[in-house]
Design a protein around this ligand. Sequence first.
Ligand SMILES: [Zn+2]
Length: 271
Amino acid sequence: MSPTVLHIAPHPDDEALGSPGALLHLVDRGWRVVSVIASLGFPSQWERRRAEAEEAARRAHFVPLFFDPPLDLSLRDDLAHAAARVEGALPGLMAAYDVAVVVSPSPHDVHHGHEAVARGVQRALASLPAPTPVRWWMWGIWGDLPAPNVFFPFGEKDAARLLHILEAYEGELERNDYRRLLTGRASANAALGSERVFGFGTPRASALPYAEVLTEVRRVGHRWMASRAHLLDEGPLPDERFDVDLTAWLDAPSVRQLVGPIREVLDENAG
Ligand SMILES: [Zn+2]
């Protein structure tokens, strides 16, 4: 059985934007990527957005799964209930697919729907019997990661593949052309990501034009421990020393939990 990574996307298209380069890299190495789509927008959009997500998964060679019924992630919805549904569903999915890595936004990703899903993931992983070898990879879209420790550089050919996957989301791209986000963010990560991961002042880790960064943690005892900074490409995910304690960050309330909604509009289309 090939190793399995489970990605959970708060919205259809987050799997094509969060860390798609890393996921595709694992597919290329024979991994199975189970892509869970948590919500589908308004009921009137369900059919279109599900079809787009299925087409994106076909292009990426991901195994698509959908929450049924989809999570309600708009501001008016019960976000605690949404988080609880993620927390409830994850252990069964992880057992069914023998998951080695779970990928999601961080619980500090600013967008209310992303944070709700991430808190569900966090609670599910925290409740696994310790010690667990399962790793949690977090990406940042709306809120940048303060402590990334995985760097994945990539070139034009991979960027073209990622754009092709994202372009399955025709309806969403009409609203906002996230293709610019995909390449722009990856360019920014190529410029800043290496120092963000390996330390300020360190030499560039790669000359490639694009990159993704992730925060990788594992539950050790009652702590969230991050692995040493490394390239995703360094072999088949060696069992790194997990010696950086990120518990205080992960367990801390997010900015929107601290001060309340700042600029959210009551429109679930956002994000
Ligand atoms: Zn989203």
